[in-house]
Unconditional design. Structure first.
Lengths: 564, 303
């Protein structure tokens, strides 16, 4: 039976189309939605003067966001403003200029722009300050540890109606959906939940192929997982090429968050030799050896175990992959596994979406996200992993969107203290249950490193709302999303059972009837030949160690070079 | 050296032997290892702006609305601020508000897109029916002046730059008085200057290939990927009309412009020097510094 399940999984995995939302299907447009809260935050009063637009204030924000001659904020250099985001802001300002000339009273339409301008303004400031910090400070590390420790104990809830619900939620429908907003979108009939990731990708004109050729652009200096910036062959779109322990987890985490209604980054997993990185002799790094040295210098990680082949692009190679034709004679390198995360030209990234500002902590969709993080076991919930973006929808029309970014520190996370270390995607560390209800108290047990204001203020009703969203994910959807990560089949199967179990624990804790029960087996056992790979719900063998240099069992992570 | 955003390295020349130059361009000729490809003709319509006291002119700046028509099809509108050259080979500041389509002017007939107002003015020139005293022309000028008055403090890049520069006589209130001063059109014959490895001299053959954003690379170089794009040139013939009281009603300008397009900028400058030497010896050209606006105003203001 178990072998049959495995064969079925392999079949589905191999035959699964790469881009799950076929390009021929009509694209369901994504609208911006509304940012307005029931009670407008006081900070927005500055935009109003005697019931009309305070043009002086609007312009001062506009100048900060668009004038490249304003280069410093609080003694730090202001992050580069992209031309597209400048255009987006200018459109907003111009609407306000016209309203001012028409002497219009402030209304909901003008307030929408106040919210948006305020968020963009604060986000640029946040990004500039964050960019000035090159390393995580000792204080930040301590804070993360404190939050990790606290988060295992503070997420306790009584089934009650709080002042927040009394003020913000329809009393006859305590789990009512928030309005569509840049932070969250309701499901639509046209797009199945597990296809929402692909729908988002299409709306951003992201074009991933089964086999990718990308051009080296520049090293990346951010984060702790090794990565570089690369260019698409169209030279307009960019990608972030990453290696290490997040290459599977980031993909599934992002698909699940998209299914639950959030905007996300778009990581795509590439198997052995399915991605070719081409070097340009005019760039800082000209070949595989220089890349290796740079990655070692920045991330202290040896890239060698992740590399399969390298050398000079030959005519023979172009016969197998036509995209390589213009690059004959150039240096290239290929990998055992990697993930390519889209940086589409249509999307301009500002700073954080500011979970603790402009009363964002009152938004149900952000409070409920706590349970989504718990579901996938995401540990790294810091503000810098939230992102405010400007999406160009074509014809110079723009839409603000808030993104849950970097969801890869999930699906089984361990931290080492002596020596300091960090590893994600350890299936045996991913617990079977995440929620429980004991003695009238609901408990969540997955730790997070930053209890942001919306998570701190989340109520039972907010989490119940998200639990209902999670209940809408059925078995085939969950399997489809796991397939995108291309884990070795026994690991994917184990994750499927664990996610189904975690989902069931959430529904049980909230006393919800499961609309799509998913069978799972906590004693899952999978044999390959005569050998037990998974036994009694535990991974026993480090599958294909050579093909998976980060290892699925070893707790040695990115700070100890994955034990190499 | 890399050029900062919003700058360009350009040189201008007074054309003395017009026939020889046009022959050279029309035949896509060669000069000392550099090849020329005459690729298109553009038509521009310009409406230059200044304060009534010519404060931009006095501060060596020019500000214009420009309508560009590329090969009789593609049309764009922009508002450009440029600085004058300080020497024959200096870099010019250029700040442009590229999309004017979403700016609108409030008129008696409601909100009208700015390019439509500009077209009232430019179409008279295009159709050789230039009548400064016509009601529609005067209304269009007045609408533009009003738009500047109301928007000069907004997020429009050239106005932001003028305010940022804090120039003598150009405070916020003065910027709001900027208005149309001269209008005109020009024809540009554009050519690429490039290195063809099969037809060049040894010193130029091994120069690294230009590396630019694909969106800025002309089709000619996408089709001929062994050709190395270095410079861009144009022969400009322009005529401008004064919108203020002056003894002279029109000014004609005929000049040659060369712009550095090479990614290694200093190397591009060396090629500009080489090209200039040949231009001077073959076509008796002389360096010019003044922009078309400055040349025109100097001529219009002659008593």
């Amino acid at each position: 039976m178990k072998t049959a399940v495995l064969l079925l999984f392999l079949f589905v995995n191999i035959l699964a189309p790469y881009n799950s939302l076929a390009q021929s299907e009509p694209l369901v447009p994504i609208e911006r939605g509304s940012l307005l809260l029931n009670e407008h935050p006081q900070v927005l009063d500055s935009f109003v003067n005697d019931g009309r637009i305070n043009l002086k204030y609007v312009r001062s924000i506009g100048h900060f966001l668009t004038n490249n001659d304003i280069t410093v904020y609080k003694k730090v250099a202001i992050s580069r403003r992209s031309n597209a985001s400048i255009r987006h802001i200018k459109h907003l300002i111009e609407k306000q200029e016209e309203n001012y000339q028409d002497n219009e009273l402030v209304n909901d339409a003008t307030r929408e722009i106040f919210y948006e301008l305020y968020l963009f303004n604060e986000s640029l400031k946040q990004k500039s300050i964050a960019n000035a910090k090159t390393k995580i400070s000792f204080n930040d590390k301590i804070k993360m540890e404190v939050h990790s420790f606290k988060s295992k104990r503070v997420f306790r809830y009584k089934n009650s109606i709080t002042d927040h619900e009394a003020k913000n939620v329809n009393k006859n429908n305590l789990q009512e959906d928030p309005k569509d907003s840049p932070f969250w979108h309701k499901k639509t009939k046209q797009v199945p939940l597990d296809k929402r990731f692909a729908q988002l990708a299409r709306s951003k004109k992201i074009k991933s192929k089964k086999e990718m050729v990308v051009l080296f652009d520049k090293p990346s200096l951010s984060g702790s997982a090794p990565k570089i910036n690369v260019l698409d062959l169209d030279l307009d779109n960019k990608w972030s090429l990453k290696w290490g322990d997040e290459v599977h987890t980031d993909v599934v985490g992002s698909h699940i968050f998209a299914a639950l209604g959030y905007d996300v980054d778009h990581p795509y997993y590439y198997e052995e030799n399915k991605l070719t990185l081409i070097f340009d002799e005019l760039k800082e790094i000209k070949n595989k050896e220089e890349l290796k040295i740079k990655i070692k210098e920045i991330y202290k990680i040896d890239l060698d175990p992740f590399i399969t082949t390298y050398g000079t692009v030959t005519i023979q190679m172009t016969q197998e992959l036509a995209d390589l034709q213009p690059y004959v004679g150039k240096q290239f390198v290929r990998f055992k596994k990697c993930v390519l995360e889209a940086r589409p030209d249509r999307v301009k990234r500002m700073g954080s979406f500011l979970p603790g500002l402009l009363s964002n902590e009152d938004r149900r969709e952000l409070r409920g996200a706590l349970l989504a993080h718990q579901f996938i076991g995401n540990w790294d919930t810091r503000e810098q992993n939230t992102l405010l973006t400007s999406v160009h929808m074509g014809n110079y029309k723009y839409r603000m969107s808030a993104v849950f970014s970097d969801l890869g520190a999930s699906f089984g996370v361990v931290q080492g203290i002596f020596p300091p270390d960090f590893k994600v995607g350890l299936v045996n560390e991913f617990s079977w249950e995440v929620a429980s209800y004991e003695g009238g108290i609901l408990k969540l047990n997955s730790s997070i490193n930053s209890i942001l204001p919306p998570y701190k203020q989340a109520t039972y009703q907010d989490l119940l709302w998200m639990a209902k969203k999670i209940s809408e994910l059925d078995g085939p959807m969950l399997r489809n999303m796991i397939n995108k990560a291309k884990w070795p089949p026994p690991i994917a199967e184990l994750y499927f059972h664990k996610l189904a179990s975690r989902r069931a624990s959430i529904l049980k804790a909230f006393d919800l009837t499961d609309p799509h029960p998913i069978a799972f087996d906590k004693n899952l056992t999978i044999k390959m030949g005569e050998e037990y790979v998974v036994k009694n719900g535990e991974l026993l063998i480090d599958i294909d160690k050579n093909k998976n240099p980060e290892s699925f069992l070893s707790k040695k992570g990115r700070l100890t070079n994955y034990g190499h | 050296m890399l050029l900062a955003q919003g700058t360009e390295e350009q040189r201008k020349y007074l054309i003395k032997d017009e026939k020889a130059l046009l022959n050279f361009i029309n035949s896509s000729g060669q000069l000392e290892g550099l090849s020329l490809f005459n690729h298109s003709q553009y038509t521009y319509f310009d409406l230059y702006l200044d304060t009534p006291e010519f404060d931009l002119y006095k501060n060596k700046l020019s500000l214009r609305f420009r309508k560009r028509i590329f090969s009789d099809t593609l049309v764009t509108y922009g508002l450009q601020l440029k600085s004058e050259m300080e020497t024959y080979s200096s870099v010019r500041m250029e700040i442009e508000e590229k999309e004017l389509g979403f700016y609108r002017v409030k008129t008696d007939k409601g909100w009208i897109e700015l390019p439509k107002i500009l077209d009232v003015i430019f179409s008279q020139i295009q159709n050789n029916k230039f009548d400064i005293s016509s009601v529609e022309f005067q209304q269009a000028l007045s609408s533009i002046q009003k738009w500047i008055q109301l928007n000069s403090g907004s997020t429009i890049s050239p106005f932001q730059k003028i305010a940022f520069l804090k120039l003598k006589g150009l405070g916020t209130e003065k910027i709001a008085t900027i208005k149309p001063m001269i209008v005109g059109s020009e024809k540009r014959i554009r050519s690429h200057i490039y290195i063809d490895p099969a037809k060049t001299i040894i010193e130029l053959r091994n120069m690294p290939m230009n590396s630019l954003e694909l969106s800025t690379v002309p089709d000619f170089f996408k089709k001929n990927n062994s050709f190395n794009w270095i410079l861009e040139t144009s022969v400009d013939s322009a005529v401008f009309y004064s919108l203020f009281k002056t003894n002279k009603t029109q000014v004609e300008i005929f000049e040659f412009e060369v712009e550095n397009k090479y990614f290694l900028h200093e190397k591009g400058t060396e090629i500009m020097n080489l090209f200039e030497k040949n231009l001077k010896s073959n076509f008796q050209m002389e360096n010019l510094m003044d922009s078309k606006y400055r040349q025109s105003i100097k001529k219009f203001l002659v008593p």
